[in-house]
Every structure is written in structure tokens, then in C-alpha cells.
Design a protein around this ligand. Structure first.
Ligand SMILES: [Zn+2]
Length: 466
């Protein structure tokens, strides 16, 4: 069984086969942040899942081109511009930069491109003009351009909505709305007073683009008319992704996206995250409380993307313990490892299990289970001192590949710091010179720092105490 994903479009697990005839190149578009505020951990749950997806594809040998847009004009941004009394560009640049900092703190791989909506207005104009020429889009009394959903026969397929329920000719100008007010949506919004200084010239007069046309235009511009995978959170399915399909497919006559993959919501303490409930967290809030980026990443990544994730501080504590177990394991390996590496046989079974789980629609909980089963097994050998130094070396080398997928920064730092190594050498010199007083002093000094010296046939070696 090959790699499989759950495709929202077909509502079943499907084997992943890229469009590339060579079977190697993969195009991935993920809806990026709307930059009017700091992204919250619910947003990052989606971005971390997308990062796992990309990393696993790369691990499997696919060559992924990943594009994530930056939405820098949208309803919520206009509100924030009004509230914060800042020019749009200043506001969006501030929060786009904050987003990149948070991304790095969570060890999310940078996308290959981050197109910004306001830099792609011409591409949006061309799409809108095509839709108007086909009679699918029309101009309303106030000069805005709307998409006529009745003109697209498969409208509603992705979101599983029946279009015969729609009120003919009803329109919605907001970027986000509920299924109940299914209606023609805005592609271009004519300027009105509420928009203040936020406006651009267009073939239809001053105004601003609707949110949905941004992603159709930027996806096609950066990745071509058809792409392999498009991701987002489940709340993007309707209206955003449904509308992206409706805008793109009539223009190209081709299927826009092969695999739609969506991650489920995040709750905090079993409730919907909201500022009024006091359970709303940005990544910065958690870092300020002393949690690390990798602990938060672990907590966000460790539930299957289909399942609602209940985020709690107990869960973060469990993430911290899990990371400590991994770190201690790697440090112990580093202390005994010697080149050259020789194959440690149980690795084969472990990696087989790890991959089988992830092949199955990115079953991360199963994959992490395999990681800890393996650690338990190898730890037992370490305690029994029956793990060969060359086998320890082999585990460390292969661990780097595992961490390429998980992105938990699990590459062990040098187990023995340089100053400790220097003291060990000094002690050895003192002993050779029969200066036992000095050699004992050094031993005590190292003990205070948590190190013991072990004499091995290859000479003395520092080891962590305990
Ligand atoms: Zn989007």
C-alpha cells in the first residue's frame, strides 16, 4: 500500500499520485495567514500539520514546491487598519514579520514562495475578466463584481452543499459567511467610505479584491493551472476553498486541485478558543510562559490531523516529558557511539513501522508510538551495556532522517562540552605526572557539574552522572 491521504473532495482515502509524469514533483499550496494580528495556536496547528505533510513527502523522495500566500487585504485587515489607525502596509508588514518569526520558532520549513495578495492584483483582474467574459461574473449596481454561483454546475461539491437551496440572485459581500447565507460572492469590492484609504485602481474603478480570488490567482500564478495538493483548516472548506474551485475551473477548463487536505479544529481545555473565555493563545503567549517552540510543536503535531485537538497545559507538560525522553536517549547514545557505524538490526523494523503509519494518511500518533517503542527497546540495551558503540552510531545517523520528518530538533548537541573534555585531558595529564591531588580536584570539579569520569580501554571518558 502506497502513500494515502484523505481527500475532502471525494471524502475518502486515496493513494497519492502526483500530476508530474515522472512521479516526483509535487505542487503544494497552503492558505497562509491573514496578517492583521498574531496568529493563534489554532492557526499554527494547521501550519504545523502542513509542515509535517511536506516533510514526509520530501522524506519519501518527492520534490515539493510549496507556496503559501500572505493575505494582506481582506475584511478583517480593513477593520484593523481603521482601529489601529495605521497604513495598511505598515500593519500587514508588522504581522507578516511576526508570522515568520513564529514559523521559525516552531521549526516550520519556509515555503518556497510567499506571494502577497496586493502584489498580484493584475493576476486577479485577468481572472475576473475571464469570468465576466464567460458570463459567470457580473457587475452590481455599486460597481462591485460578483460571482454567480448558479452558473457553475458543480458549485457546492467540495463543501457538500446543495445549490438548489440557494436564493436566486442573493449576494454576500463579506469574505467569510455561513453556509446558510449561500449566495453570489464578491470578486471585486467597489470602494466605499468604510474602506478609508484602502483602495486600488481596477478596470472597474477603485476598490479591493475579495479574499477568495486572491488564492485562485496566486496559486495559478505560482504553481500553474492544476496543482497536486491544497491545504488549510476545515473552516476554509466553505466558503473559501469552494469559491477557489468555482473561480479557477471555468477559467482553465481543468480540475484545479487533485487532493484537498484539511486539518481539524483545535480546542483549548475542551472549549472553542476565544478571547472572552480567556483560553485564547498565540505562540508568543506560550513562549512567554516558558514553553519552548519544540514543545509547542510536539503538542500541536502529536494528534492526527483529522481529529479535533484538545490543547491543554497538561498536554504541553506531556510534550515536555516526551522531548526530555528523546533528548536523554540521544545523549546516552552520543556518549557510547563510535564510528564506523554498523547496522543496528531493530532499526529496520522500527523504520518500516514508522513509514507504514505515516503512509496511512499521516497517522502521526502511530508513528510517534513506534518512535517510543524503539527508544524503550534501545534504552534497555544501553542499560545492559549490550549496545555496540558502532550500533549507537548507526542509530544516531538514522535518527537525523527521522527528525527530518518530525522537525523536533532532535539532532543531539555534542554530548560532552569542550570545557569538560579539556578537564578530562588535564586530569589525565595530572595522573600521568602522579599529581593525584590535582587529578582529584578535577574529578570533584566535574562531579559538581554533573559529570563522572569512566576509565575505558580507550582512555578516560566523561559521562553524565546518574
Ligand atoms: Zn486561501
Amino acid at each position: 500500500m502506497g502513500l494515502q491521504f484523505y481527500n475532502t473532495l471525494t471524502r475518502r482515502k486515496e493513494e497519492f499520485v502526483p500530476l508530474d509524469p515522472g512521479g516526483r514533483k509535487v505542487t503544494l499550496y497552503t492558505c497562509g495567514p491573514t496578517v492583521y494580528n498574531y496568529a493563534h495556536i489554532g492557526n499554527f496547528r494547521t501550519y504545523v500539520f502542513e509542515d509535517l505533510l511536506r516533510r514526509y513527502l520530501e522524506y519519501k523522495g518527492f520534490e515539493v514546491t510549496h507556496v503559501m500566500n500572505i493575505t494582506d487585504v481582506e475584511d478583517k485587515i480593513i477593520d484593523a487598519v481603521r482601529k489601529e489607525k495605521l497604513p495598511l502596509e505598515e500593519l500587514t508588514t508588522r504581522y507578516a514579520n511576526a508570522f515568520f518569526e513564529d514559523r521559525d520558532a516552531l521549526n516550520i520549513k519556509p515555503a518556497h514562495q510567499y506571494p502577497r495578495a496586493t502584489a498580484h492584483l493584475d493576476d486577479m483582474f485577468r481572472l475576473i475578466e475571464k469570468l465576466m467574459a464567460k458570463g459567470i461574473a457580473y457587475r452590481s449596481e455599486d460597481g462591485s463584481i460578483y460571482y454567480s454561483i448558479a452558473k457553475f454546475p458543480t458549485y457546492g461539491q467540495l463543501a457538500h452543499i446543495r445549490v438548489d437551496e440557494l436564493k436566486a440572485g442573493a449576494r454576500v459581500k463579506h469574505d467569510e459567511y455561513e453556509k446558510e447565507i449561500l449566495a453570489d460572492f464578491a470578486l471585486w469590492k467597489a470602494w466605499d467610505e468604510k474602506d478609508g484609504d484602502v483602495k486600488w485602481d481596477s478596470p472597474w474603478g477603485p476598490g479591493r479584491p475579495g479574499w477568495h480570488i486572491e488564492c485562485s490567482a496566486m496559486s495559478m500564478k505560482c504553481l500553474g493551472e492544476q496543482i497536486d495538493i491544497h491545504c488549510g483548516g476545515v473552516d476554509n472548506i466553505f466558503p473559501h476553498h469552494q469559491n477557489e474551485i468555482a473561480q479557477s475551473e471555468p477559467c482553465t477548463g481543468k480540475q484545479f486541485v487533485r487532493y484537498w487536505i484539511h486539518s481539524a479544529h483545535l480546542q483549548v481545555d475542551g472549549k472553542k478558543m476565544s478571547k472572552s473565555l480567556g483560553n485564547y493563545y498565540t505562540l508568543r503567549d506560550l513562549l512567554d510562559k516558558g514553553w519552548t517552540g519544540r514543545e509547542v510543536r510536539y503538542a500541536l503535531i502529536s494528534a492526527h490531523y483529522h481529529e479535533q485537538l484538545n490543547f491543554t497545559f497538561d498536554g504541553l507538560q506531556a510534550a515536555r516529558s516526551a522531548m526530555q525522553r528523546i533528548d536523554e536517549f540521544l545523549l546516552k547514545l552520543q556518549e557510547v557511539a563510535e564510528p564506523p557505524a554498523t547496522k543496528y538490526e531493530p532499526l529496520r523494523e522500527f523504520r518500516g513501522e514508522f513509514e507504514a503509519r505515516l503512509d496511512d494518511d499521516l497517522n502521526i500518533s502511530g508513528a510517534l508510538g513506534a518512535v517510543f517503542d524503539f527508544i524503550r527497546l534501545a534504552n534497555r540495551k544501553l542499560v545492559e551495556e549490550s549496545l555496540q558503540p558502532s550500533e549507537a552510531r548507526n542509530i544516531l545517523e538514522e535518527w537525523r532522517e527521522i527528525d527530518q520528518v518530525l522537525g523536533l530538533g532532535m539532532t543531539p548537541k555534542s554530548a560532552v562540552p569542550a570545557e569538560v573534555r579539556q578537564l578530562v585531558d588535564e586530569r589525565q595529564a595530572a595522573r600521568k605526572a602522579r599529581n593525584f591531588q590535582r587529578s582529584d580536584e578535577i574529578r570533584d570539579q566535574l562531579a559538581k557539574q554533573g559529570w563522572v569520569i569512566e576509565d575505558t580501554p580507550k582512555g578516560p571518558r566523561a559521562k553524565r552522572a546518574g
